[in-house]
Design a protein around this ligand. Sequence first.
Ligand SMILES: Cc1ncc(C[n+]2csc(CCOP(=O)(O)OP(=O)(O)O)c2C)c(N)n1
Ligand code: SF4
Ligand SMILES: [Mg+2]
Length: 334
Amino acid sequence: MALQQIKFYQAGSFVVGNRLLDPDQRSVQARTERSNTLTSGHRACQGCGEALGARYVLDAAMRATGGRLVAANATGCLEVFSTPYPESSWQLPWLHSLFGNAPAVASGIAAALKVKGRTDIRVIGQGGDGGTMDIGFACLSGMFERNDDVLYVCYDNEAYMNTGVQRSSATPPAARTANTKPVGATTGNEFGQGKSLPLIAMAHEIPYVATATVAELRDLEHKIERAMEYRGARYVHVFVPCPLGWGSASSDAVRLARLAKESGLFPVFEAEDGEVVDVSKIRRPVPVEEYLRPQRRYAHLFGTPPQTDVIAQIQARADRNIRRFGLLDEEATP
Ligand SMILES: Cc1ncc(C[n+]2csc(CCOP(=O)(O)OP(=O)(O)O)c2C)c(N)n1
Ligand code: SF4
Ligand SMILES: [Mg+2]
């Protein structure tokens, strides 16, 4: 009888494997003393990637700062589901800014703490892709170029979810949203629009920029801890599936985040002073179709006949990322 092979590849990686590691190497979430910064009782949808990401980000930041942390939070799902008046799920000093000025509010808090000589207290700004990449973009660019001592975290679910799934500059091509309907000559969101905020952040040559997904939560924790080692402006962009807006199963949030990375559509990397210093290689290359199919926002691509030309254009975008960031090891070619 053939022996079953057991793979212990998780040990020491940023995936799982806590039971296989020494206690001091275990993830923040595996520790009984974790701060539960975004605690239970909030009203996020089941399987919300943003709630999952925020919990890991804030607990890791709290651990890295010894609990001396203040957060400024833009309007959006994260703020709405966590603070229905008069309740709050936050267990840290937390301010709700406007939709568009969370980076400026965070900068102001950092400046006030500096004046008071309280540089031991650190500041985090956070918001969705709309609040960060669209309406808050000018405030964020100012925060970057002044090198204000703030870690800003963008939770990217690729649309304005809080107000009913409208397109943002993070919405990918061909995706259906409330205002990019799958009708007419070009179905869904147009190709050739949008922007990469991680690359724009790097162009400001700030000390630290990183991307992460909720599929690799240990990696996310690690990047938040690293970000807290720096002074000055830092930016972490987290890919967070939204079951409601994407029309996907709640149980698929982590799987979709993994497929976004493994297909090459969402490159996971770290940059210091404007230069990429590390990339997370693709472990099991997958065609973009495997990522697109489970999401109703792409259902129009898989009708009769399927829109193979559009799927090929999306594949070309993934392939460009793979080349640009060197995401594939030689031996992992598809
Ligand atoms: C100046 C202004 N315009 C519009 C709104 C309405 N609004 C609140 S949240 C939101 C969208 C949030 O999208 P995003 O930042 O991506 O966060 P998500 O809800 O997707 O997490 C909008 C349009 C507002 N609060 N203020
Ligand atoms: S709409 Fe999306 S982002 Fe908002 S709470 Fe639900 S799953 Fe989370
Ligand atoms: Mg959003």
